[in-house]
Design a protein around this ligand. Structure first.
Ligand code: MN
Length: 147
């Protein structure tokens, strides 16, 4: 079963790259370009995983995680911060704010999906879709059909 992953990111290049990589491994992505829209989509769609930028219009990443953790139905969804300033102090602040983990920008295409899938249960990972990370050509395959 593919995972439904919400991307909250205002930089269009980063958004496109993240969506491309995740979809290449069979996942379904939802996109929000500001924090308020991100929270709205999260409440409506209950995604399996949320990837969240920190510097965002309307509501920044810290505001987003505060909102997500306030709602009981969203509290258990893993949220990973993607941030340009992942230095030691910021990492602690991100985890203290309630993020489950963080990745630093720029995104590394070779490891991005694998790093994120650690936050998904086994049955939602791409290897359960028949993909194998050791075969890079798998990223070229079309998404397998699932009922
Ligand atoms: Mn940003």
């Amino acid at each position: 079963m593919p995972a439904r992953i919400l991307l909250i990111e205002d930089n269009p290049d980063n958004m496109d790259l993240m969506a491309y990589l995740l979809e290449a491994y069979g996942h379904v992505t939802l996109a929000a370009r500001d924090g308020e829209t991100g929270v709205e989509i999260a409440r409506r769609e209950l995604p399996d995983l949320i990837i969240c930028d920190i510097q965002l219009p309307k509501l920044d990443g810290y505001g987003v995680i505060r909102e997500l953790r306030r709602h009981t139905d969203l509290r258990n969804i893993p949220v990973v911060a993607v941030t340009a300033f992942a230095m030691a102090g910021d990492c602690d602040a991100l985890l203290a704010a309630g993020f489950d983990g963080y990745l630093s920008k720029p995104i590394e295409p070779e490891s991005f999906v694998g790093q994120l899938e650690r936050f998904l249960p086994d049955y939602l990972r791409s290897n359960s879709l028949g993909f194998d990370f050791d075969r890079p050509e798998d990223a070229q395959h079309e998404r397998p059909e699932h009922s």
